[in-house]
Design a protein. Structure first.
Length: 413
């Protein structure tokens, strides 16, 4: 079975299921659950997967599901959806408004979950009909917003034996029916940095007999970002920006300690990996020049999502098959973070942006706002796209190089 036949099968499947899937999304939307508390959501998904003849495995905490479709020796492709909501107030006036105070599916994870559920049911039927040339691992991941759910899925063996992984995210800047694709980095890294500087303290009359701690701290605040800009490739956009600084209590006393806190943002994976050691070395050299002790607390966020080029070509091929020619648009790297990045540190794969904007709706939404909503036609498009992506990746052989007849991404854009 190839392109045109697949499209017909997806059309028939969605004619039958689309209304029910929209109702499923609205039910999740009414009952949002925060990171690692997605118990009801997990039960709802598990019920539907079981009804489709699958065997969902609920993760040990009781939130999140790993489930496999198909059997045999073919390649294994993973599809991932995140299932958690945000600690925000729902500000919409719709029938499916959140019924939980201070919780809202404002990042569209209810839509991602519903799309993966629809895709699972479609693929289960394909497998039953003997049309699945391999296995598809379905990952209903908890706690993307924390982040950390991806690491938990990996700890449970979620991507063991997986050749390639795909995921998508609602994008209110892309029209419904289209997908935004980009090879290479598509999201960014953001870490937190806290520095503590200490010295003997003393009288401001005699800085030479002690360590002038406030002066040293000021040097660190200005020297570190300046030195980084000369030590790291400017194209990585590694930037250290301070958000908090504190030292001292009296005008005539040199304090014995001080702190500075800030964020490190980065577009490039290599620079992200190198950042903590480099910052620590720079910090120690500035601190020692002024006779103070400095310690650093570096908290990792997520790395950038770095899309594998072959996987992006598969997404483009799937979009052309399932949504039609012209459905792929280029997209930019965002400064936001996404924990899908953790999977791509281990196996190849790609992350797509799914259009959720009504072309003539006149309303501009953004994610992480209490007013966020989608054009629900995105659910059907998402199922078509995800199902076609899994089949395309299986057909092409997850480990094989792209055959010549596949169009390149450049052809699709
Ligand atoms: Zn989010
Ligand atoms: Zn999200």
């Amino acid at each position: 079975m190839r392109g045109r036949e697949l499209r017909g099968e997806l059309d028939a499947f969605l004619t039958e299921t689309e209304q029910d899937l929209v109702a499923f999304r609205r039910d999740l939307h009414r009952h949002p659950e925060l990171a690692f508390a997605e118990y009801r959501t997990t039960r709802r998904i598990a019920e539907r997967l079981t009804a489709a003849g699958l065997t969902p495995a609920i993760m040990p905490r009781g939130t999140g599901i790993i489930c496999e479709v198909g059997s045999g020796d073919g390649p294994t492709v993973a599809l991932r959806a995140d299932i958690d909501a945000l600690p925000l107030q729902d500000e919409k006036d719709v029938s499916y408004r959140s019924t939980v105070a201070g919780a809202c599916h404002a990042c569209g994870h209810d839509v991602h979950t519903t799309i993966l559920l629809g895709t699972s049911i479609f693929l289960a039927r394909q497998a039953e009909a003997g049309l699945l040339p391999g296995r598809v691992r379905l990952l209903f991941q908890p706690a993307e917003e924390l982040p950390g759910g991806a690491l938990e899925v990996m700890a449970q063996g979620g991507i063991s034996g997986v050749d390639r992984i795909f995921g998508l995210h609602c994008d209110p800047r892309v029209d419904v029916g289209q997908v935004g694709l980009k090879p290479g980095p598509i999201t960014s890294a953001c870490d937190k940095l806290a520095i503590r500087v200490s010295g003997p303290g003393g009288h401001t009359a005699r800085p030479h007999l002690t360590a002038d701690l406030v002066f040293a701290l000021a040097k660190i605040l200005t020297e570190l970002p300046a030195a980084l800009s000369r030590r790291v490739d400017p194209r990585s956009s590694l930037s250290l920006v301070w958000g908090r600084v504190e030292a001292g209590s009296a005008a005539n006393a040199i304090p014995d300690d001080g702190i500075a806190e800030g964020t490190v943002r980065c577009l490039d994976e290599n620079a992200w990996h190198a950042a903590p050691d480099l910052i620590k070395a720079l910090l120690e050299s500035v601190a020692s020049a002024y006779g103070v002790e400095a310690t650093m607390d570096y908290t990792r966020g997520v790395p950038p999502v770095v899309n594998d080029e072959v996987s992006v070509q598969m997404l483009a091929e799937a979009a052309a098959r399932a949504l039609g020619e012209g459905s792929v648009v280029p997209t930019q790297q965002s400064l936001g973070g996404e924990d899908f990045a953790w999977y791509l540190e281990s196996i190849p794969g790609a992350f797509a942006r799914l259009g959720t904007r009504s072309p003539d709706g006149g309303v501009e939404y953004d994610i992480h706002q209490g007013t966020f909503d989608v054009d629900e036609r995105a659910i059907g498009h998402g199922v078509r796209f995800m199902a076609a992506t899994a089949l395309t990746a299986l057909w092409e052989g997850a480990r094989a190089d792209i055959p010549d007849e596949l169009p390149t991404l450049a052809d699709s854009l």
